[in-house]
Design a protein around this ligand. Sequence first.
Ligand code: SF4
Length: 458
Amino acid sequence: MLFDPQLIARYDTRGPRYTSYPTAAHFHEAFGAEDYAAALAASNDAPIPRDLSLYLHLPFCRDACWYCGCHRSITRRADRARAYLDTLLDEIAMLGERVDRDRLVRQLHLGGGTPTYYSPTALAELLDALARAFSFAPARECEMGIEIDPRSVDPAAARELVALGFDRISLGIQDFDPRVQAAINRRQSISQVRAVVAAVREAGARSVSFDLIYGLPHQTPERFARTLRAVCTLQPDRVSTYAYAHMPERFALQSLMPADALPSPATRLRLLEQCHACFGASGYQALGLDHFVRPEDPLMVAMIDGSVQRNFQGYSTHADCDLIGLGASAISSVGDVYAQNAVALRQWAGMVRESRPPVARGLRLSADDRLRREVIQALMCRGRVEVAAVEAAHGCDFWAVFADAVPALRRMGADGLLAMDAAGLELTPTGRLLMRNVAMAFDAYAGAEPEARYSRVI
Ligand code: SF4
């Protein structure tokens, strides 16, 4: 059996999800706008400047989902949303001036919040501003993604979004069960989702992704099985199955959910096992920590050829691009720096008004950070670390650098999580489920943060 509950109970600690290394918890305020501006300038001057991936954060939502841990703002005030859009247009123009025009945008993703809080007309305005500020690769060579809330988009609007150029559509599903939906304050029917999926497919979208969450109140194997069956009938190209992280001390609205209805660790495991069984039987392949994709999907192709990456949006192609984040709280990854925009809307807007990159914190990676980032990326994306490749890229003696990690790795090897020899290590199917634990062995910062900051591994 893939999942041994006793083994997994031993490893069910808290830890980072490694959407970056070092994690955002280690960004600091000594890194600011001028440091980011210098990193952008240096990236233009690289011998072969990297192409670009753009992420735009649109933070507004009409209603609060109680499980949510995103940077979002709940409002029905159109003037607030309009003011944010105007500031974002200014930020786009300002950042565009700092990036050479021969660097092509290969990937664009709109996330939030709820990007479809805005009408297709407003989003068209955003795309026009982006096209003025940056050079985009030809349409077939540029992925254009947007997160759609099926509660706020009807089929006609969904078709309009595809006509605007968005060809990778991501829908937040979480769970179709009415009792679970009531407990998390997010009600959306299967028929609403089916109508949006049909509309974007008819309009020519290249990819449809669903996000599910396991570990929510009232989820049981029987109810969750119905959700998984419904998901499979809608045939998304990708499914992400996120573990719900219950941290009401950080996200106050989570305390509105019935804590006594949260599934036990054993049930959470069972729900995850159901995901593997159901999606495996439906022809999907497991990718990394929490994704299931069709074998022909570009993400699976990228995993095989080594170009898949783990970043703030989960797993993504285009590991070779610099990521420019725009909007409040957005995170950029340019060369060897991470830079996070101010989270508070007022602070972010104030910095944009002063024509400064609205960066509030960040980090310049050391040589040791870069080495460990590559090892952790290899584990999280490919489930394998090749010592010779790491040594060649970083000019180091791998086993000397990671001597402290060896006892923990040996223990995990004895527990069946990985196979290890002098040439490298590879996760087993059980180890893939616990890859965050294995990655922690390579994390120089592990233990430097209060554990409560992170979610449970299972
Ligand atoms: S889950 Fe999405 S729609 Fe719900 S509150 Fe969070 S950002 Fe908004």
